[in-house]
Write a protein that binds this ligand. Structure first.
Ligand SMILES: [Zn+2]
Length: 247
């Protein structure tokens, strides 16, 4: 299928966003927008394939866009070197056909879900922590959302940072690739493998499972009454869904 007229907005150019962006570009998506306010650090290099040692200290969004443009000249790539924030969230999401959330903190993950519902656009949500990954597609009007699943971001300090918890580098590549492939299915007009179904994969056992995510009665985001909240810098910086909130 020709996806050259389709577009995707990707939050985060790191361990999830990088592989997702590569998958989308290789799949022929015509326009990509990547938003990230971070710079490349040495600890990122085990799982962020768009960057190398020469890139340390430089902005991820700008580097990612340049690298993708070099690899896939036919794809139009826009870099936004800033945080995905409430002030422009709905406008940005509305301008794309699908949203992929590869961010590393919970306030942004909730904001991405809330903004996708308000814009009426599908969201592919992803997270990795230690040896497990989780992916959920939020299909507005059809499936439950991130707020249906977890209700609220965990309190600051309850969730370990990526540096504290550690991440299996290959696992984020797997997760990001799956997120990209899921987005390609959505852009091709399919419902998606993870719409309303949370995919959990545990690398230690090699086992995956799907958990149904229904719309939760009283979920303010699904009811359209949830105000958009700033995505940070307050709140925990984390790699994935909270350990205490496993479905
Ligand atoms: Zn909801």
């Amino acid at each position: 299928m020709d996806l050259s007229k389709k577009s995707a907005l990707v939050i985060g150019a790191g361990g999830l966003g990088g592989p997702a962006l590569l998958t989308l570009a290789a799949g022929g998506v015509g326009r990509l927008v990547v938003i990230d306010d971070d710079v490349v650090e040495t600890s990122n290099l085990n799982r962020q394939p768009l960057f190398g040692e020469a890139d340390l200290g430089q902005p991820k969004a700008v580097l990612a866009a340049a690298r993708l443009q070099q690899l896939f000249p036919a794809v139009q790539v826009t870099a936004l070197n800033r945080r995905f924030d409430a002030g422009e969230a709905v406008e940005l999401v509305s301008g794309a056909d699908v949203l992929l959330d590869g961010s590393d903190n919970f306030p942004t993950k909730f904001l991405a879900s809330d903004a996708a519902l308000k814009a009426g656009k599908p969201l592919v949500h992803g997270g990795v922590l230690r040896t497990s990954l989780q992916i959920l597609t939020v299909a507005p009007g059809f499936s439950g959302c991130v707020r249906c699943l977890f209700e609220a971001p965990p309190p600051a300090g309850q969730v370990p940072t990526c540096a504290e918890a550690g991440i299996v580098g290959a696992l984020s590549g797997f997760a990001g690739g799956l997120m990209g492939a899921e987005a390609l299915r959505l852009l091709a007009g399919e419902r998606g493998s993870y719409a309303g179904r949370l995919f959990v994969f545990e690398a230690r056992t090699g086992r995956g499972r799907l958990v149904l995510v229904r719309r939760r009665p009283g979920c303010p985001a699904c009811a359209g009454t949830q105000p958009l909240e700033p995505s940070g810098p307050a709140g925990p910086v984390a790699c994935a869904t909270p350990a205490g909130a496993q479905p």
